[in-house]
Design a protein around this ligand. Structure first.
Ligand code: DP6
Length: 350
């Protein structure tokens, strides 16, 4: 990213080197047309466009504080010092922001995540969207919304969408890598008034066995179903946008469910196959099918984990949650509604 791409350096006085640093909040988003497969891993450029709904639950709050003279970055997740891959990923992202700011100063990052981390519930989306917003503030960078989305993308692809609230499209970008980097950002989509809810069934809150990064790479490299799915996903996106404009939640749900099942089929066909669905996930899918037969608008989507999200109308959400609760046993069920994009906490809240 360069200054002409919507990034500039602001005055020293607005930088977050005060004790509390700069604090930002972001929410997870759930893709209704999925991102699966990268064209370029370093720039996190996807192979397909995707479309999501930002939720109003499970926020991540992240503060970034520049510590003049410190020798290394400190990263704490839910109060616990991060290490290994997570630390490397966060520091790599902060390096990117440091580079944009022309700074070599170290930071303390404190991130409090209310979503089960690594369980296919988009914790990296809310995490990197909040980190991007807090880090640009801490280093005194002025970034427009598109620039912030492109930046968050570098931390985790789906984070590009959590910069915005409601229904959001993330353009894959096209042309050369430089052109695609500029063109790969998220933005809100036009949608008619609807009353969508997502009932989130946490059938297993533990970390996933295979990271989405590894699973995506393997799927693209080895799955004979990947190409056909990517082609059909482009059609899904066009039809999804039309359904949103028309305010037709039933069609939105139909497309979301077929797109997600298709994505999981591509992974199952990878060599070796990647299976995120567990027996408990299938039980929830059966429950969703039964709800539909009973006349309730309910469609399922799943990401890189066994948890299932059920799209329904807000008026039906309690009933859907009750039915899902009956089949998930010990699992937890949450009702989410459309949420807002990433935002900074005012200074007096810091
Ligand atoms: C299945 O954004 O977590 O949730 O870019 O490698 O960090 P990286 O992947 P990530 O992948 C999300 C994949 C998905 C579908 C989606 O959110 O679109």
């Amino acid at each position: 990213m360069r200054a002409e791409d919507g990034v500039g350096v602001v005055t020293e006085s607005r930088r977050g080197s005060a004790v509390g640093g700069v604090r930002a909040v972001a929410h997870p988003n759930i893709a209704l047309v999925k991102y699966w497969g990268k064209r370029d891993e370093g720039l996190v450029l996807p192979r397909v466009d995707s479309l999501s709904l930002t939720l109003d639950i499970f926020p991540t709050t992240t503060s970034v504080c520049v510590v003049p003279g410190a020798v290394g970055d400190v990263v704490r997740l839910n109060g616990v010092p991060a290490s290994g891959e997570v630390l490397g990923r966060v520091c790599g992202f902060v390096d990117l922001v440091r580079g944009l700011a022309g700074s070599s100063e170290r930071v303390v990052v404190d991130s409090v995540n209310t979503v089960p981390t690594g369980a296919g519930l988009a914790s990296s989306a809310s995490g990197f969207a909040a980190l991007a917003l807090a880090a640009v503030g801490a280093f005194g960078l002025e970034v427009d919304a598109r620039g912030l989305s492109r930046l968050a993308r570098r931390g985790s692809g789906s984070a590009s969408r959590s910069v915005f609230g409601g229904f959001v499209v993330w353009h894959a970008g096209s042309g050369s890598l430089v052109e695609a980097d500029l063109g790969s950002f998220a933005e809100p989509v036009v949608a008619a008034e609807m009353d969508p809810a997502l009932v989130v069934a946490v059938v297993d809150g533990g970390p996933k066995a295979v990271s989405s990064r590894v699973a995506m790479r393997r799927t693209v490299a080895t799955s004979p179903l990947y190409g056909p799915w990517a082609a059909s996903s482009a059609v899904d996106l066009v039809e999804m946008r039309a359904a949103l404009v028309a305010g037709d939640l039933e069609v939105v749900g139909e497309i979301a469910e077929r797109n997600a099942l298709g994505m999981h089929a591509t992974m199952l066909a990878a060599r070796p196959g990647v299976r995120y669905m567990s027996p408990a996930s299938l039980t929830v899918l059966d429950c969703v099918g039964q709800l539909r037969r009973d006349g309730v608008l309910a469609y399922a989507t799943m990401d890189a984990g066994p948890n299932v999200k059920v799209l329904c109308r807000q008026v039906d959400a309690e009933q859907v949650a009750k039915s899902v609760r009956e089949v998930v046993g010990d699992g937890a069920v949450h009702i989410a509604r459309p949420g807002r994009g990433a935002y900074l906490l005012p200074e007096d809240d810091r």
